[in-house]
Write a protein that binds this ligand. Structure first.
Ligand code: FES
Length: 98
């Protein structure tokens, strides 16, 4: 287990190591769009990882290519459906424009 903190609400949840950020957020009842159901195709699950980036799985080619096509992407950007939780606590920021 690890800890997932969600901004801007600041709520904290227990999250399962090995689960995607998308699954952890949905299980927690957080509103995150996921139009392609986690296939790295829609980009709707784009969020910013504010802390704990190193705990997450590395960005793979499909995620990188999708991120390249999204407006507003920054160095903290991840697709929640592609980022898998590790052991360290993670803080993510949900984006209002998804
Ligand atoms: S749910 Fe579509 S890219 Fe993540």
């Amino acid at each position: 287990m690890t800890t997932l903190t969600v901004l801007p609400s600041g709520k904290t949840y227990d999250a399962t190591t090995g689960a995607t950020l998308l699954k952890a957020l949905l299980d927690a009842g957080e509103p995150i769009a996921h139009k392609c159901d986690g296939k790295a195709e829609c980009g709707a699950c784009h969020l910013f990882v504010q802390e704990g980036r190193k705990s997450l799985s590395k960005i793979q080619r499909t995620e990188n290519e999708k991120l390249d096509s999204i407006v507003g992407v920054g160095s903290k950007s991840r697709l929640a459906c592609q980022a898998v939780l590790g052991e360290e606590p993670v803080t993510v920021e949900l984006l209002g424009f998804v």
